[in-house]
Design a binder for this molecule. Structure first.
Ligand SMILES: Cc1ncc(COP(=O)(O)O)c(C=O)c1O
Length: 387
């Protein structure tokens, strides 16, 4: 069946998801087991212990690999576990180039955990690939980027960074959480490793924490699998099942997220209380041309700066009724977040300001409610927040 599955939705619903061999169950079962009965010593059916392998997880891994266009998928217990797993590709004394506009948790892992293992990091503005080229060195093993970035939605040229990484003998890792495989396939653009927090759009319902890596290179897959088995950052079977169920509707949801986000972004531009609207779908967004080239849409996140500064931003977070104030993004429900103290708390004030995050910045994860209701909710809350 796999060979005939070309379309994204067909792969999301069927890749890795053959009827269960023992019962014919159409939906992949939750294999809630820690171990597997062996026929004899050394004779088994491919599964021996659930940290090393679980059929529910295998189904998810095949599905995600297919959606990202790589041969090997690995599921993890969280996005951060996947990011930690990808960092197994670098060792003591080696060097990582990191795009400075990245998720706060990744920044915390790199600066407060991995630095203790003598991994060296250089932060760079990767929206200019020349800056990346300037800082790679012989011991560089990884170039690490996100695109679009969180929360300012800057675009990084994936092909250009892949070329620089490959030329330096390093791998390009792309955190593709914001774009999702529906809108962007970094491997097809030359990247070597794709990382996801499947907690977000892939899971899609804010009911599970998960992560994933997809690669096409078997050597990389072997290293990552060895490290995950040694360190244990796997998802349980229920969580793998929830992410797999979410993935089936990713395409349908992403189209609607994008429709709502573009409508809301245009609406917010008309609001007096909003000083700036960041959305890559605007033709005058600085990264629009790159987004149009390397993505198949502009995504479901809109970031705004409020004209009334910090006080207005804090009030807005209190006053919305449909947008819930919460960490995370990518669920069917709309979320409002305050990056200064929430998602990007791990950065110093100077670092946040350098990225363009101010005390007036608000991140909106636009959900699947009716767009008119979302516009009304924000218009009312902005007006009540003292523009
Ligand atoms: C871009 C990005 N990468 C990684 C993560 C970490 O994922 P998790 O919370 O599933 O560990 C997040 C979480 O917000 C994220 O936004």
């Amino acid at each position: 069946m796999t060979g005939r599955m070309r379309g994204f939705q067909t792969r999301a619903i069927h890749a890795g998801q053959e009827p269960d061999p023992s019962t014919g169950a159409t939906i992949v079962p939750v294999y809630q087991t820690a171990t597997y009965t062996q026929e004899a010593i050394g004779e088994n059916r491919g599964y021996v212990y659930a940290r090393s392998g679980n059929p529910t997880r295998t189904a998810l891994e095949h599905c995600l690999a297919s959606l990202e266009g790589g041969r090997f998928g690995l599921a993890y217990g969280s996005g951060m576990a996947a990011i930690t797993g990808a960092m197994a590709l670098v060792g003591a004394g080696e060097h990582v180039v990191v795009a400075d506009d990245l998720y706060g948790g990744s920044h915390r892992l790199f600066t407060s955990v991995l630095n203790r293992y003598d991994v060296r990091f250089t932060y760079v503005d990767a929206t200019d690939p020349d800056e990346v080229a300037k800082v790679v060195r012989p011991e560089t093993r990884i170039v690490w980027i996100e695109s679009p970035t969180n929360p300012m939605l800057r675009l990084v040229d994936i092909s250009a960074c892949a070329e620089i990484a490959a030329h330096a003998g390093a791998v390009l890792v792309v955190d593709n959480t914001f774009a999702t495989p529906f809108l962007q396939n970094p491997l097809a653009l030359g990247a070597h490793v794709v990382v996801h927090s499947t907690t977000k759009y892939v899971g899609g319902h804010s009911d599970v924490i998960g992560g994933a890596i997809v690669v096409d290179d078997e050597g990389l897959a072997d290293k990552l699998r060895f490290h995950r088995n040694a360190t244990g950052g796997i998802p349980g079977p229920w969580d793998a099942w929830l992410v797999l169920r979410g993935a089936k509707t990713l395409a349908v949801r992403m189209r609607e997220h994008e429709k709502n986000a573009s409508q809301l972004a245009a609406f917010l531009r008309t609001q007096r209380g909003v000083a700036r609207v960041h959305y890559p779908g605007f033709p005058d967004h600085p990264g629009h041309a790159i987004a149009a080239r390397q993505m198949r849409g502009f995504g479901g996140i809109v970031t705004i700066d409020l004209a009334g500064g910090e006080a207005a931003a804090r009030e807005l977070c209190r006053k919305t009724r449909i947008f819930s104030l919460g960490e995370s993004l990518g669920g069917v429900e709309s979320l409002i977040g305050y990056p200064w103290t929430m998602s990007h708390a791990a950065f110093s004030d100077e670092e946040k300001l350098r990225k363009g995050i101010t005390k007036a910045t608000i991140r909106l994860s636009v959900g699947l409610e009716d767009a008119e209701d979302l516009c009304d909710d924000l218009a009312r809350a902005i007006a009540a927040s003292g523009d």
